[in-house]
Design a binder for this molecule. Structure first.
Ligand SMILES: Cc1ncc(C[n+]2csc(CCOP(=O)(O)OP(=O)(O)O)c2C)c(N)n1
Ligand SMILES: [Mg+2]
Length: 888
């Protein structure tokens, strides 16, 4: 129930209290008021009385009129420019869809947020200059047409290019949404997958502070602006990290929530108020909240609202009502909003219906938006969220203004076009209207000059992405010598080897300080706790307490200059931190080498959409899928045991993934990855699985490096080069050792020879295969090329057997490249906890099943008798009636 609907039993007393409050405020200031209120609150708590829930404020603008910073520019000029942007944004969507009705696009979103962007572009968003890097903008993905339309007025795109909106295949087109992959000099951040923008923005601001504290980039006063829809705020990713921003006091971060009260299907909170709900949530998370609800036409009404009835009515009405008002006309608003109380009807009696309809919302009033932005950029010690109330489809009238269907409107009929043109005073004649021409005033017109001057003052046009960057002087493989010479009889896991690789890299004079280790509360799982004390865990406030383990080698040391990012149990957030670090080469002119290590099951599977965005973003860095392998992580059971992350990684075109078996393979891959990303500057990132199975890590053999990188190399040669009783065995990751054991078993017990290959990446072999295949198909007249795998297996017609700790599909991908028979073993099915040996038997990837598969393949080719296979089943202890792990 709304408190304000209470009848006041003692108005006299209320007045005395309020007068006292006003007097203290006027004479002693806001801090004294806060102090007194806090004292009252403490007193009440002592008596056991609960204060009413008061985290939200009344439904009105946070900044009172007298505190509004005044917008300095030419309001009318800016309106004309904005109107042209509105028109061109609408025109580009319509023209594309008239050409081909399947292309799609959005009109209504940008029409609701045009003022929010415009004020920012005219006064606040700074571009990169020679002196300093500018602000970072996360733009609502489906408002892209409006951003293109502004760039068109700025002369950055031609009409011909606008006409290529959503037509990118032949080059030079404008991408449907912000995609750095498709427009690498323009778009900085992919945002259209709802929720990824806000999450990325928070961690961008966080990393920006980290870079400043570590002196990897000048601290400066750059801002991260994140534009987001009110419907989009329902995504867990949108709200999931806001408490980090509050806790870390990210005053370099500003969210602008475009509260048009609608999402795709209908109202965001028809029965409530999205602005009030978000106010409470953000304030609770420690944010500075600025509500921009009403435009200045309301100011005088508010001034006359002595009884508070107007405020009460505003608090009463729900978003469904507010949407309805804007979908009708002034008469409707008069009847249904003001008409609820005779005093309010009276209050607007002097206004025409037209004037009532023009009582605008805050997000459409440049003055109010300017005041909010000015206050936000000056606010210290907290991130700011601006909750701006707007109208979805603003200006579309009956064609979609505040209508439930407006999100998908792509066309206006001639009448609607005419109304739109008239509303925004676009100088296009009735005759021209049908062809929906773009409109750009002459280069020397006042509008274009004004627009350009605004941007010149802020450093130039944006969006603009820096694609060039300084490479790094990366070390050679020799810095990992302690790894490549083997573990000398000690049993260590590839995870342990990774930690040593990381430590060696961090000690490197050239790039050590550029390494960013990131963990989501799993450092101990991966044996990285030694880094806590050695490198420090980044904390913006240092360490305010004496850690429980002070004095120990592994003490938990938090430090303002800490190098390790410990992001807590938050894989999405930790990944977003990695994304910001992995793109710092572009956004901060500071090339970093981030390593994010996590439970591999909680990587691509859990936060796959961010991994996809990383590809789009041209992220450069390493992802380490720890504790990987469905049978290798044995005790954790069904939810943890990863058999699919490589399949998922393989779906991202520029993600290069490896499943190394040995520590030296890992060293080669990491060194190669650095070469590719930071020297050759390819827009790729690396996913590497590491496991927690301990075994002796052999010394790196001769001439294996190129094979490791391409995806396979030989680790054991057949005893004899002739003889039909032989197989080719492929093993990946931890299962390679089972394959080697099978080779021995085959030799000793069945007299069968085997070549054994360590396959570091079935994904890379598959890509090479597809590439060669395609080339051959397109060049039928020349000698077909061979794939790398075909070159490796060229001399052999032996059956090939592959085994990995992943789904069969992983190894199966290379089937078309193998001309002999090909058998794949893998770990399809749900994991479960048990010993490694039992799990490998259960999933049929152990040495015995590999042996059986080899014998079976040879029997099918009549190289050995089928009776051998039958006997082998019992010799190997395999029950032919064993249940299938896939369905068990
Ligand atoms: C993860 C995800 N789910 C669904 C969509 C499809 N989608 C695009 S825009 C949209 C509605 C957005 O509403 P809102 O955030 O309020 O933005 P508005 O257009 O109202 O400004 C939806 C559901 C998407 N892009 N991403
Ligand atoms: Mg919305």
């Amino acid at each position: 129930m709304n408190d304000q609907t209470h009848v006041d039993p003692d108005p006299e007393e209320t007045k005395e209290w309020l007068d006292a409050l006003t007097s203290v405020l006027e004479t002693q200031g806001v801090q004294r008021v806060q102090y007194l209120l806090q004292k009252l609150s403490v007193k009440l708590t002592e008596t056991g009385t609960q204060l009413p829930y008061a985290i939200t404020t009344p439904y009105r603008n946070t900044i009172p009129v007298h505190q509004e910073a005044r917008m300095p520019g030419d309001l009318f000029m800016e309106r004309s420019i904005r109107s042209l942007i509105r028109w061109n944004a609408m025109a580009m969507v319509m023209r594309a869809n008239l050409k081909d009705g399947t292309l799609g696009g959005h009109i209504s979103t940008f029409q609701s947020s045009a003022t929010l962007y415009d004020v920012g572009f005219n006064y606040f968003f700074r571009a990169n200059t020679a002196e300093a890097m500018g602000d970072l903008l996360y733009i609502q993905g489906h408002s892209a047409p409006g951003i293109y339309a502004r760039s068109f007025l700025e002369g950055r795109f031609s009409e011909a290019q606008l006409d290529l909106f959503r037509q990118e295949v032949e080059g030079n087109g404008l991408s449907s949404y912000p995609h750095p992959w498709l427009m690498p000099d323009y778009w900085q951040f992919p945002t259209v997958s709802m929720g990824l923008g806000p999450l990325q923005a928070i961690y961008q601001a966080h990393i920006m502070k980290y870079l400043g504290n570590r002196e990897l980039a000048p601290p400066g006063d750059r801002k991260v602006w994140c534009f987001v829809g009110d419907g989009e705020m329902d995504e867990p990713e949108s709200l999931g990290a806001i408490s980090l921003a509050g806790r870390e006091k990210l005053d370099n971060l500003i969210f602008v929530v475009n509260c048009n009260l609608q999402r795709l299907d209908g109202p965001v909170r028809g029965n409530g108020k999205i602005i009030q709900e978000l106010e409470g949530v953000f304030r609770g998370a420690g944010w500075n909240v600025i509500k921009v609800i009403w435009g200045r036409q309301w100011d005088s009404l508010f001034e006359n609202d002595r009884s508070g009835l107007l405020q009460q009515r505003m608090d009463e009405a729900v978003d469904g009502d507010y949407q309805n008002y804007k979908s009708h006309d002034g008469a409707y608003v008069r009847e249904h909003f003001f008409g609820a109380y005779p005093e309010l009807t009276e209050m607007v009696a002097h206004l025409t219906d037209e004037q009532i309809f023009r009582l605008n919302r805050g997000g459409h009033d440049p003055y109010k938006v300017y005041a909010a932005y000015a206050s936000a950029v000056g606010h210290k010690g907290q991130p700011t969220v601006i909750l701006a109330k707007t109208v979805k489809g603003y200006g579309l009238g009956l064609a979609g203004e505040a209508q439930n269907f407006t999100h998908s409107v792509k066309k206006l009929d001639t009448e609607a076009l005419r109304v739109f043109r008239d509303r925004f005073d676009i100088p296009i004649s009735n005759k021209e209207l049908e062809s929906i021409p773009y409109y750009r005033p002459a280069e020397n017109s006042n509008e274009i000059r004004y627009l350009k001057e605004c941007r010149a003052k802020l450093g130039g046009p944006i969006p603009s992405r820096v694609n060039e960057f300084d490479g790094l002087a990366i070390p050679g493989l020799e810095i990992f010598e302690s790894i490549t010479r083997g573990s000398g009889g000690r049993e260590i896991s590839t995870t342990m080897a990774f930690v040593r690789i990381l430590s060696a890299l961090i000690k490197d004079d050239q790039v050590g300080h550029r390494v960013v280790p990131i963990v989501p509360d799993e450092a101990r799982t991966f044996g990285m706790e030694g880094m806590f004390r050695q490198l420090g865990i980044y904390s913006s406030v240092g360490q305010l307490y004496e850690p429980v383990d002070t004095g120990q080698i592994m003490a938990y040391r938090e430090d303002e200059h800490g190098q390790v990012m410990e992001e807590g149990i938050n894989e999405g957030g930790a990944f977003a931190a990695w994304l910001a670090a992995a793109t710092a080469y572009s956004n901060h002119s500071s090339t970093l080498i981030p390593f994010y290590i996590f439970y591999s099951m909680f990587g691509f599977q859990r936060i796959g959409d961010l991994c996809w965005a990383a590809g789009d973003l041209r992220a450069r860095g390493f992802l380490l899928g720890g504790t990987s392998g469905r049978t290798t992580l044995n005790g954790e059971g069904l939810q943890h045991q990863d058999g699919q992350s490589h399949i998922l990684a393989g779906t991202i075109p520029n993600c290069i993934s490896y499943d190394p078996a040995y520590a030296y393979e890992l060293a080669v891959i990491v060194q190669h990855g650095m070469q590719v990303m930071y020297v050759d500057k390819e827009a790729k990132y690396f996913y590497i699985t590491v496991t927690n199975e301990n075994y002796v890590q052999p010394e790196m053999p001769e001439a294996c490096q190129s094979g490791i990188i391409k995806g396979m190399y030989q680790v054991k040669k057949k005893a004899s080069s002739s003889g039909k009783k032989a197989v080719q065995l492929l093993g990946s990751g931890a299962i390679l050792r089972e394959v080697l054991a099978a080779a021995e078993l085959l030799q000793k017990r069945y007299g069968i020879d085997a070549d054994v290959w360590s396959v570091t990446s079935f994904n890379e072999l598959k890509r090479d295969g597809d590439d060669v295949d395609r080339w051959n198909r397109l060049h039928p007249e020349v000698k077909p090329r061979r794939t790398y795998l075909q070159e490796c297996l060229a001399e052999s017609s032996d059956p090939v057997i592959a085994a990995s700790d992943y789904l069969k599909l992983y190894a199966d991908q290379i089937r078309s490249q193998i001309s002999s028979s090909y058998t794949v073993l893998g770990t399809d099915g749900f994991g479960r906890s048990d010993t490694r040996a039992k799990l490998r038997s259960f999933f049929e990837v152990d040495r015995y099943f590999i042996t059986l598969a080899s014998l079976d393949a040879l029997a099918r080719e009549n190289v050995i008798d089928v009776s051998v296979v039958k006997t082998a089943l019992s010799e190997l202890g395999i029950d032919p009636d064993k249940s299938n792990p896939v369905s068990t």
